[in-house]
Write a protein that binds this ligand. Structure first.
Ligand code: FEO
Length: 161
């Protein structure tokens, strides 16, 4: 049985993962409106991953005999300054999610909830990957700079995800 504190924190994280999904979907719409279909494709894949993260937590709460309580998801912005701004925000967002997962883990340790600690290890590793891939795109964008042709190439690359 899940401790109430752990259950509440997992429910908050389900909301946070769904909010991440919604944010990436808004970013996909922004990029696709600029004809950056590859960026849009990458962000749509990211959207699907986030829904997957929320569902992993959803299933875990139920498996542990807890109660899922879904919460409202705030509307993400529709406008972003530029494609570079989109990916700077992806990285900042992932760093925020990492901090949340770490706090969740600390709570599981404090509550002596060993099963939740093991469950969260997958998310801890996943965050390393998520931050690294956002960082890589930012670095590639810096290399592309103002060169439109380089941005088009990068768009094609991201479309391969
Ligand atoms: Fe669910 Fe991108 O962290």
């Amino acid at each position: 049985m899940l401790a109430k504190k752990v259950q509440d924190a997992l429910n908050d994280q389900i909301q946070a993962e769904m909010a991440s999904a919604y944010l990436y979907l808004a970013m996909a719409a922004y990029c696709e409106a600029m004809n950056l279909k590859g960026f849009g494709h990458w962000l749509r894949a990211q959207y699907n991953e986030e829904v997957g993260h929320a569902m992993k937590m959803f299933d875990y709460v139920i498996e542990r005999g807890g109660q899922v309580a879904l919460k409202a998801i705030e509307a993400p912005p529709a406008e972003f300054g530029s494609p570079a701004d989109v990916f700077a925000k992806v990285l900042a967002h992932e760093q925020h999610v990492t901090a949340r997962i770490n706090s969740l883990y600390e709570l599981a340790v404090a509550e002596k909830d060993y099963a939740t600690q093991i469950f969260l290890q997958w998310f801890i590793s996943e965050q390393v990957e998520e931050e690294a891939s956002a960082d890589e795109i930012i670095e590639r964008m810096k290399l592309a700079g103002d060169k439109g042709s380089a941005l088009v190439w990068l768009d094609k690359e991201l479309g391969k995800r």
